[in-house]
Design a protein around this ligand. Structure first.
Ligand code: PLP
Length: 360
């Protein structure tokens, strides 16, 4: 077996120790003679996995008691609709911050359910920066303020939150568990699993309990109701059991690594190494405002665009997989989530420097 360094933006690399444990337990989970995939979701065994997953996430993110963890399906894209469908009941509008491709998609879906107030946008600078939080266009009577703190495609990240009384709804799909956050500052956090959490198929939602009553809307599909999901421990119907089990193993691994604080330290180191390699060359460049460069997704372009195909072919041959930028923007992108070891980033930098020597 030979594993490569996988820079895919998602589904992304998982920690090897997690895959090995899943492999060891694949046919016979804890001596029960069955795989987790074959267990009833209502069995005592699976209920213990679900409880463990929630307990570990609660510890990792220090989630206060007045929040519920709800597992949903349909990807974060389904949440783009599910959130306004649940939370705008009794409100005339919702505010959205527009900072890139993913917030644009969230806005498009929200418009089907409510009036979207554009709180701020950096479209005019091709999403290379973040709107000035002191002059946002906020409707204080809106249902919430939605933002995307890490734009996976553009490679833009911001950690500070605007000052507002509105509940903040944040798409943390590509940044959850990579840095410390104060959950109590959010009304709802949601994140598709396939970057920092586990395999695709489950979306984590951490929702403040007082917002659950807003789901009281007869037109809302029952499987979409946050209130219903919370009441039924995410088991209105069959949940994605294997994806939840893998998330539990990833959370266990994170705890052995020292939790989010330790992860953040490594993530800062990895990102600084890679950005400084880019900045110190005249051959590679990254367009994002340095204050808002993503620690998770690092897009870069080559001074000579005609070398892109060669770069991708040779990097793949060197065991550095999936470095192509998103199909909508081209260029390169290295996604360096929690599971990417520092050695992987060093290997990428060595390759980039050798490539520059050969072709620069
Ligand atoms: N939001 C962000 C920030 C993402 O990066 C992605 C996918 O990459 C999505 C939403 C959509 O996730 P999904 O494909 O699970 O619907």
């Amino acid at each position: 077996m030979s594993r490569v360094y996988n820079f895919c933006s998602g589904p992304a690399a998982l920690p090897e120790a997690v895959l090995e444990k899943a492999q060891a337990e694949l046919l016979d989970w804890h001596g029960k003679g069955v795989s987790v995939m074959e267990m009833s979701h209502r069995s005592e065994e699976f209920m213990s996995i679900l409880a463990s997953t929630k307990a570990r996430l609660t510890r990792l993110l220090n989630i206060p008691d007045n929040y519920e963890i709800v597992f949903a399906q349909g990807g974060a894209s389904a949440l783009f609709a599910q959130i306004p469908a649940n939370l705008t009941n009794g409100f005339d509008s919702a505010c959205y911050l527009d900072t890139g491709a993913w917030s644009t998609k969230a806005i498009k879906e929200a418009k089907k359910y409510t009036n979207v107030v554009l709180a701020g946008s950096t479209k005019d600078v091709s999403y290379t920066s973040v709107p000035d939080f002191s002059s946002l266009n906020l409707d204080e009577k809106a249902a919430y303020l939605h933002l995307t703190p890490n734009e996976t495609i553009g490679g833009l990240e911001f950690a500070d939150l605007p000052e507002t009384n509105l509940p903040i709804v944040a798409d943390l799909s590509s940044t959850i568990l990579s840095r410390e956050i104060d959950v109590s500052k959010y009304g709802l956090i949601y994140a598709g699993a396939q970057k920092n959490v586990g395999p695709a198929g489950v979306v984590i939602n951490i929702i403040r309990k007082d917002l659950l009553a807003r789901s009281n809307n007869d037109a809302l599909p029952s499987v979409w109701s946050f209130e219903n999901l919370a009441k039924n421990d995410s088991m209105i119907n069959t949940p994605p059991t294997f994806a939840i089990y893998l998330a539990d193993l990833v959370f266990e691994w994170l705890e052995t690594q020292g939790g989010v604080t330790a992860m953040e330290k490594v993530n800062v180191e990895k990102a600084e190494m890679l950005y400084s390699a880019i900045d110190n060359s005249g051959f590679y460049s990254n367009p994002i405002d340095v204050r808002y460069r993503s620690r998770m997704n690092v897009p870069f372009v080559l001074a000579d665009e005609s070398l892109e195909k060669t770069f991708l072919k040779e990097s793949e041959e060197a065991g550095l997989r999936t470095l192509a930028g998103h199909r909508s923007v081209g260029g390169m992108r290295a996604s360096i989530y929690n599971a990417m070891p520092i050695e992987g980033v060093k290997a990428l930098i060595d390759f980039m420097q050798a490539f520059e020597k050969r072709y620069g």
